[in-house]
Ligand binder design. Structure first.
Ligand code: G4P
Length: 532
């Protein structure tokens, strides 16, 4: 084995690439920041947060775009911890929620799901969870805000199982909650970890450890809490699911941790267990079979393209997830989908909060490549094999729909061109009624902000003013059957049959009831939430 191979194997082994999924306000930013703090990437908690508030304080999305340096830089964070090289992928929430948020999950090897202990599983978490589940990646649960009065921990586990349909196994168990949150019981080590509450928040929390039956804990926790803990431990042993690594790695069982990102309680034990249990980058599916990350062919796929809204800087950045081999600055690679060779001369990486030029990168890493408008989402780049293609990125069901047309009939051509371009970039999805023309299109998006992006970019880049009418649909399903053979569908009220850009049949629904009814009324009809 050559030295270069050994180096690649070592670099892959120490990589951990994951996304943090949560509903807004559950504590994703705070937790990320604490990870950075532990990794030594930032000296003081609060710096990520202040950038975030700065970003969200600006309500106009174009203003947000002007600060694109910030939003691009915070899309991927790389930092070191205990000889691990960690890549955290941001899954934008709030008004930034879009199909990109889902696509980012295609680049992650595992997910950390943050849940607010007072709220349980919330809507956005549920959506993001489903994408992770579909991919079969390991999902780790961090139940946050234990320093506040929340739901009963057993109830929270039930919530995860009932709402998300995944079994759970607590790796640690909280001792008290709210002001009485004293620490956790680490089931792996069979030890109590009582937090030393002298220094928390900005610095790393230290703790006192020992066997749960040790009498010192009666003093430290108080008689009642100690008794309750011993009872809980017994209950968990009988009622909870056992820790099973294989099931966890398949994404069928979620290890659960309790803590408080704000006060640092339980954050470092969580990070350590997570890094230990979850996998480094593994083989990825392609048309040539599974590609091992340690293969000597550099390859990867594009999962996100960020357009620059500033008219003077029309460049775009394509985000590439490296799947195999070593990346070197200036290398020439095959752009498989276009059948062309390209030189990657100015690759960028996102270290902590800054964009930096890089010389080398490894599987699991995300690099930003300047895109003069040649890339599409899902494209494969490969150094040696010019026919290698990673399994594509599906389109995800939009939830908001508008009828869109040009105000000026003479601008029809530009309108069609602009809309087509934006849909190829993955910013919007376009549908039309069977036999309908391109003058009046149905545009679907995952997050409503994309409508503003559409309107603005059509005006700025194509000189087209559009009219948009909201449509009452909120759900979409791709129909897997060949409808010419299936016959006429029996459609419930408030549903519409349309086709996507590849002329696949798609049904729009006003509510979930209609989705179920369509399936019930048409035996053998197969509906899918993604396009692949
Ligand atoms: P997000 O990225 O998931 O949207 O959440 P973020 O970390 O921004 O946290 C949302 C709010 O919850 C913040 O309060 C944050 O301080 C608080 N928070 C996060 N983790 C914990 C925790 O473990 N315990 C408690 N008690 N609160 C937590 P905010 O009032 O919105 O902002 P700020 O004024 O504190 O900056």
């Amino acid at each position: 084995m050559t030295e270069q191979n050994l180096n690649l194997i070592n670099e892959v082994k120490r990589r951990r690439t994951f996304a943090i999924i949560s509903h807004p306000d559950a504590g994703k930013t705070t937790l990320t920041e604490k990870f950075l703090l532990y990794g030594g990437a930032i000296r003081e908690a609060g710096s990520v947060k202040s950038r975030r508030s700065q970003k969200h304080a600006v309500s106009d999305w174009m203003e947000i775009e002007k600060q694109r340096g910030i939003s691009v830089a915070s899309s991927v964070l790389q930092f070191e911890y205990d000889n691990f090289c960690i890549n955290i992928l941001d899954t934008p929430g709030h008004q930034d929620f879009s199909e990109d948020t889902y696509r980012t999950l295609m680049a992650a090897d595992s997910a950390v799901m943050v849940i607010d202990s007072a709220k349980g599983v919330e809507a956005q978490t549920k959506k993001l969870f489903h994408v992770c589940k579909m991919r079969g990646i390991p999902i780790f649960t961090f139940i946050n805000k234990m320093d506040r009065q929340g739901k009963d921990p057993f109830e929270l586990l039930e919530d995860i199982e009932n709402v998300l349909g995944i079994r759970s196994c607590p790796v640690n168990w909280p001792i008290g909650s709210g002001k009485e949150f004293k620490g956790v019981f680490n089931r792996h080590k069979n030890q109590v970890e009582v937090f030393d509450d002298g220094n928390h928040g900005q610095a790393i929390a230290s703790c006192i450890t020992g066997d749960p039956s040790d009498e010192k804990f009666t003093d430290l926790l108080g008689h009642d809490l100690h008794e309750k803990l011993l009872e809980d431990i017994e209950l968990l042993d009988i009622a909870g699911d056992n820790f099973d690594l294989e099931t966890i790695l398949k994404g069928e069982l979620t290890p659960v941790f309790f803590g408080s990102a704000l006060t640092n309680f339980g954050v470092e034990p969580f990070l350590e267990s997570f890094l230990d249990i979850t996998t480094p980058p593994t083989a990825r599916k392609s048309n040539l079979g599974e590609i091992d990350p340690t293969s000597d062919n550099f390859s990867g796929f594009i999962f996100k393209i960020q357009a620059n809204m500033d008219k003077n800087h029309r460049d775009r950045i394509a985000f590439l997830r490296i799947c195999s081999g070593e990346f070197e600055k200036g290398m020439t690679v095959n752009h498989v989908q276009r059948g062309k060779k390209i030189k990657l001369s100015q690759p960028q990486q996102f270290v902590a909060q800054d964009r930096v030029m890089i010389d080398k990168a490894y599987p699991g890493d995300i690099i930003g490549i300047h895109d003069p408008g040649i890339f599409n989402i899902g494209d494969t780049l490969s150094a040696k094999q010019s026919n290698l293609q990673y399994t594509g990125i599906p389109q995800f069901a939009p939830e908001h729909f508008m009828k869109v047309s040009t105000k000026n009939a003479l601008k029809r051509k530009q309108f069609v061109k602009g809309v087509t371009q934006l849909s190829e970039e993955g910013a919007i999805q376009v549908f039309k009624q069977p036999n309908g023309g391109m003058e009046e299109l149905i545009v679907g998006v995952v997050g409503v902000l994309q409508f503003e992006v559409l309107e603005y970019r059509l005006k700025q880049e194509y000189g087209v003013d559009v009219m948009m009418y909201p449509l009452p649909y909120a759900h979409l399903r791709w129909v897997e059957n060949d409808l010419s053979k299936f016959g006429k569908l029996s459609m419930p009220m408030d549903t519409l049959l349309v086709e996507d850009k590849n002329r696949n049949p798609v049904v729009l629904f006003a509510n979930e009831w209609s989705v179920r009814t369509l399936a019930e009324r048409n035996e053998g009809l197969v509906l899918r939430e993604t396009s692949l």
